[in-house]
Every structure is written in structure tokens, then in C-alpha cells.
Write a protein that binds this ligand. Structure first.
Ligand code: NGQ
Ligand code: ZN
Length: 459
């Protein structure tokens, strides 16, 4: 029997004491008993226990670009000039490089408290656009990286066809992304045969954006996907930049979020990443759809995207989660903090996202990101409850930010304090400890191989 006792743990009903957790061979929780009497023999968590969060948006390869685009590359340096640099970098990567980067990144995510990741993966072919001998080679690298490191994975092969609205031909720099609905469906079948889905691995799809697919191919993909798996997650980049909104209005006669909600059946299986440019009616309609808004605060700030309509979305009780996207940061707490701070700066008030008085902002954000991340991942990772995965973190009770604090103060301190090392001390995924005392068993090996990869890429 696999067990853990937590003196304090955050359960769906709130903070509870003396919680006995038990899980089965698959790492699924079979018992969650607060105020447990028979606790003497079970191993004990070092400090307060939180459920682990799913990172709902990642392009793993971009981890290796962090810090390399922070200079003015263009007189009008913006999202699109950053993208040109990103394409150049993507063109240099081999499958071996991708795997070394992903291993490093996934260890960093675990250390910060993410226990799952959703990979929005579009580097499908070699830089000349030629498919690899195994057409899903890069996706296999991501699966192997996640398995070796021990993080849960939702893999979303990206459909990418065009360079802009109105089915414009792709640019040369996009050659390694290009495919079709048939390609995606056959990739999913190959992957399911070689790496079948299990509690720690789930497949879905990601039409890249309304600019990179057509209404017809989107519909084809969705029809075929739903025959294959009625519940599979669907993620899309939706409305990150104003230019994208203007082009969408010109081509399709509506703003991207409005067009998608009016033309496609969008429900809780959908995750709309970067729903940054929304009117309030779009915001309210998105909230009602049940879809998850994928908010990536550090990347959206880094790329100069704009600020998510968070206060209206929270008031409409919309579901949301966080993604580290381009990985300029892999810190759970920094993502949550920056989301709330963006709202404070915009509205010149404090604690904007929590609806009711005296509710904790950190507590609200942690729970929302937990539920939104779990829904977007399409996996059973929604917290410490029977039937969910044993994905959890134990905070360091000795950390200066946590001493003497209780309940929601722990979450507020986790999110809003930033002093020294992260308080995330131990991390368990699917019933296995993957981080102990801040360390991963493969971290030294990974650091060496990541450093070699970076040296080669930058030489
Ligand atoms: C991506 N990243 O696919 O990596 C995009 C940029 C695009 C973000 N949107 C490329 N943050 O949207 O065309
Ligand atoms: Zn993205």
C-alpha cells in the first residue's frame, strides 16, 4: 500500500489536518482521509501539501531561446520580429537537441511545482520541411523526455497550414510545421500504437491559430478527431495580437474569439490560449462556453501582447489556467503573481480577481489554475481527491516566507512572496517522488547535456 500523511493538506473542501493519502499501482488516489487516526506508520510529508498544477501551454524548444531575444532586433521590435528570430532558432534544432532541452525544461517545471505539461507541438519536420523517417520523431522525443523526468504529459500535435488568413501560402521559415488534418490523425494513430495513452499521457490536437488553418480544415480536423476520441482536448492560439484581430475581421467578418464561439462547438474540451484581445461580450461568452482560457502572463508580457480581460472574466466565473509558453519563466508563483499584478496595474486597485470580500487572492488563483489546468490537460489531475492522480507538492515549513502561517496565508505567501529559493521542497507525480529536497535525480546529467546543446546551438 502506498501512503503519505500530511499534517496539513489543501483538499477540494479546504485545508485539513492529518490527511492520509493512499494510491494504487497506477498512481491514482484511492483514499483521502482527513483527521485520520491510523497514521503512525505512514511516511510523512515534510510540510504543507498542495495539489500539483498542470502547465497548460508549452513550446518546449523555446526554453533554449530564453534570454536570446532581449535586444532590439528591428526598429519596430514586436511580437512579429520576435517570431522571425524564433523561426531561425527553431530551424537549427535536431530531435536530439529537442530532447535535451525538454528534459532540462521538465525538471525545472517539476522543481517549480508543475506536475503536468501540455505540449503545443509544431516542430514536426526537418528545417527544409522534409519529414523525418519516423514522421512523429520529435513528438516521441517529448514523450521520452516527459517519461524519463516523470512529469505528466498532454501532447497536442499542431495543425499548421497557412501564413495568414485567407489561406496564404506558408513562409519558408514555416516549412517544418506544415501538415494537414489527415497528417494529424495519422500521427495520433502512430503515437497511440507506439506510446499508448495512460494516466500520465494523453493526446489531443492544436489547430495553431485561426490564421494558420482555414475554417474548412478546422472543421475536418474536429470531425475526424471526435470520431477518434469524443473527449480529446483541443487547444488553439486565439487572439494574441491586434493585427490578428484586424486580419480576422477582414477575412472572416468577426473577431477571433467571437468567430470561434459562433462557428464551432466550443466546450470544456477546448483551451483558448492567449484570449488577450477580447471585448467584454466576448469575455462573457467565453466564460459561459465552459472552455478554459490559457493565460501565459510572463510570455504575454515578454512579447508585449497586452492584458487579459481578467476582472470581467472572473466576474463571469470563466475557467482559466496558466502556461509558461515560451519559458522565460518556469515559476508557477511568478505566473500567478504577474496575472494579478497586470490587473492591479490596469485598474489601479488591489486583489482584483477574487469576487468576495476577505477572500484570498493567492487561494483563488491557485485553485483556478489547478482546475483550469486539469480540464485543459484532459487528465485526472484536479487535486487531492479519490480518482485523481497522486500529483502533489510538499512545501518547506522552514522557508522564511511560510513560518507561522496557516491556511490561505500559505497560498498568498506562495504566490506573492519571492525571497530566495522556491518553497516547493518535494514533488510527487503519479505516486512517485520526482523532486526530493529541491533535487531531481537526473538534474546534473541534464545540466551537462543542456549546456553542450546550448554551446553547439550558439557557436
Ligand atoms: C508560437 N507563440 O507558436 O510559438 C507562438 C508564436 C505565432 C506565442 N504565440 C508564433 N506566444 O503565433 O505565429
Ligand atoms: Zn503558444
Amino acid at each position: 500500500m502506498k501512503q503519505l500523511i500530511a499534517d496539513r493538506a489543501l483538499l477540494p473542501e479546504g485545508w485539513r489536518n492529518n490527511v492520509l493519502l493512499e494510491w494504487d499501482d497506477k498512481g491514482i488516489l484511492t483514499r483521502v482521509s482527513p483527521d485520520a487516526a491510523e497514521i503512525a506508520l505512514a511516511p510523512r510529508a515534510v510540510g504543507p501539501v498542495l495539489p500539483g498544477i498542470a502547465n497548460l501551454h508549452s513550446h518546449a524548444f523555446q526554453r533554449a531561446m530564453a534570454g536570446l531575444t532581449e535586444y532590439r532586433s528591428d526598429l519596430n521590435d514586436n511580437f512579429w520580429s520576435w517570431r522571425t528570430l524564433m523561426y531561425k532558432f527553431a530551424g537549427k534544432l535536431s530531435p536530439v537537441d529537442l530532447k535535451a532541452i525538454a528534459v532540462q525544461l521538465y525538471i525545472e517545471m517539476l522543481q517549480a511545482g508543475y506536475t503536468s505539461v501540455c505540449e503545443f507541438h509544431y516542430l514536426h519536420h526537418g528545417s527544409d520541411g522534409k519529414p523525418y523517417a519516423n514522421p512523429v520523431e520529435n513528438m516521441v522525443c517529448l514523450i521520452e523526455a516527459a517519461q524519463e523526468v516523470g512529469i505528466g504529459l498532454t501532447l497536442l500535435p499542431v495543425m499548421y497550414q497557412y501564413s495568414g488568413f485567407g489561406a496564404q501560402a506558408p513562409h519558408a521559415g514555416q516549412a517544418c510545421f506544415i501538415n494537414s488534418p489527415e497528417w494529424i490523425m495519422s500521427a495520433l494513430q502512430i503515437l497511440q500504437a507506439s506510446h499508448p495513452q495512460h494516466a500520465g499521457l494523453r493526446y489531443g490536437v492544436a489547430p495553431h491559430s485561426l490564421r494558420a488553418v482555414s475554417p474548412q480544415s478546422l472543421q475536418e480536423l474536429l470531425t475526424q478527431l471526435r470520431q477518434w476520441d469524443a473527449q480529446a482536448p483541443v487547444h488553439i492560439h486565439i487572439a494574441e495580437q491586434n493585427k490578428e484581430v484586424e486580419d480576422c475581421v477582414a477575412a472572416l467578418g468577426a473577431r477571433p474569439v467571437a468567430w470561434l464561439l459562433d462557428n464551432v462547438e466550443v466546450d470544456r474540451h477546448w483551451c483558448l490560449v492567449h484570449a488577450t484581445q477580447m471585448t467584454t461580450p466576448e469575455t462573457e461568452k467565453l466564460a459561459r462556453s465552459g472552455a478554459v482560457a490559457g493565460i501565459c502572463p510572463t510570455t504575454e508580457a515578454n512579447l508585449g501582447d497586452g492584458i487579459f480581460n481578467g476582472v470581467a472574466y472572473a466576474a463571469a466565473q470563466g475557467a482559466w489556467g496558466i502556461g509558461s509558453d515560451s519559458h522565460v519563466s518556469t515559476s508557477v508563483s511568478e505566473e500567478l503573481r504577474l496575472y494579478e499584478y497586470s490587473q492591479r496595474l490596469l485598474h489601479r486597485q488591489r486583489n482584483m480577481l477574487v469576487g468576495s470580500e476577505s477572500a484570498s487572492a493567492g487561494g483563488y488563483m491557485y485553485r483556478q489554475a489547478l482546475h483550469g489546468g486539469a480540464t485543459a490537460s484532459g487528465r485526472q489531475v484536479a487535486g487531492l481527491a479519490v480518482g485523481q492522480r497522486a500529483d502533489l507538492l510538499a512545501l518547506d515549513p522552514q522557508h522564511a516566507d511560510l513560518g507561522g502561517k496557516h491556511g490561505e496565508q500559505l497560498l498568498d505567501s506562495f504566490v506573492f512572496c519571492n525571497h530566495g529559493q522556491t518553497p516547493v521542497r518535494d514533488v510527487m507525480v503519479g505516486g512517485n517522488w520526482v523532486i526530493r529536497d529541491h533535487k531531481h535525480s537526473r538534474q546534473e546529467q541534464s545540466a551537462l547535456s543542456y549546456a553542450r546543446t546550448m554551446k553547439r546551438l550558439l557557436d
